[in-house]
Design a binder for this molecule. Sequence first.
Ligand SMILES: Cc1cc2nc3c(=O)[nH]c(=O)nc-3n(C[C@H](O)[C@H](O)[C@H](O)COP(=O)(O)OP(=O)(O)OC[C@H]3O[C@@H](n4cnc5c(N)ncnc54)[C@H](O)[C@@H]3O)c2cc1C
Length: 408
Amino acid sequence: MSHIVVVGAGIVGLSAARALLADGRSVTVVDRNPAGDKASFGNAGALGVTEIVPASVPGLIWKVPGWLFDPLGPLSVRPTHFPKLAPWLLRFMRSGSKSEMLRITKALAALNAPIYNDYLPLLDELKLRHELHQVGALWVYETEAAFAADAADRDLRRSYGLVFDELDGDEARRLEPALGKVVVKAVMTPQWSHFNDPKRVVDRLRELMVNRGAKLVSGEALAIEGKNLRMCGGQDIDFDQLVIAAGAWSARLAKTIGDRVLLESERGYNITIPNSGVTLSREVIFAERKFVATPMDMGLRIGGAAEFAGLKAPANYGRSDALAKLAKIYLPDLISTDGTRWMGHRPTTPDTLPVIGFSPRRNDVIHAYGHSHCGLTLGPTTGRLVADMVAERAPTIDLTPFSANRFS
Ligand SMILES: Cc1cc2nc3c(=O)[nH]c(=O)nc-3n(C[C@H](O)[C@H](O)[C@H](O)COP(=O)(O)OP(=O)(O)OC[C@H]3O[C@@H](n4cnc5c(N)ncnc54)[C@H](O)[C@@H]3O)c2cc1C
């Protein structure tokens, strides 16, 4: 029986482990801290099925300076990180042409299409189906102009079968009475859903994998050398095939076999407020300011922001506080005096496409990372695709756009 090593016990690595075990493989999952904090735990908990348009789109570049200079804005770059970020940024800008945007959208639409087919059986196995609320998400706008400016984007997404119901401010408040008068337009996307707590999904999945026979190893993977994963501390692990699913840290490991990928940590922040004074029944997305509020078991989670500062810089939790302050504009009854602040590393490529596929250099190493804002959504689908590759089953979608080859 072939032995597969998966590096990373986030939603992507564990989903790959599950699909590989289902195929009868022997699986070892390696993580420097399997049960420790990670992007897969503290995120906004949504299955964002309409997220098929890349972050870099025509005209975006003109909005960036305004965002960078706004202390409450959705984007920040630490000046010391600019030199490292430059190649990623150049590629990001190149991805913003109309033809690139349409090509990437088509690829992401294909990847997103089977999300529920892949998720619902997993949730049944975890006995957590009742924790997924298939109640849609509501995008709210402060200005008619911003709503109108997004019309072409909505139409593009509709052309892939995604549903966008347009509402006025009063209709939005009938759905979510906590919204203030500032909301003048809204869009309901009924295909979205959200979890009570994404951490519970990942914790349960990790436990299930161990119960099904996966070996869980705590330790830091340093390099791939031949058929050996070199570990910090010397407990190296042999493999027949290896899956890199180490989230925002994946590029380092890929580099050890000569695969160059452009991957950045797009740091996101949130604050989870237990007694917020606000009741929402679905995720609300504040469209112009690019952040969200999700009702969860432990309170209202307000999250967003894109901070480029690398993997090591200390968190700036002022960004969590800034999000709570902004949310008050839309949710006038919000009380944000207490709350747990959090930062997580989204693994983000410049073209928004995750990296899924065999290494261009070796057919025993598989890349599975770079899902950016949608890793929770795409984890189980990616896991199935990984198992299909190992089993040499024909992929259910064209994986060419996701290849690491595009960076070489
Ligand atoms: C604020 C915020 C909100 C978000 N909201 C959503 C949302 O609503 N919906 C959605 O779909 N997505 C959302 N995301 C994105 C999503 O959380 C990520 O895309 C996803 O969690 C990535 O999963 P992963 O398994 O690739 O990485 P991770 O969860 O980061 O797991 C990677 C694991 O690899 C381990 N690792 C790394 N390097 C090594 C090494 N060398 N050796 C051993 N172990 C290693 C780490 O310890 C970690 O446990 C959000 C992210 C943020 C930050």
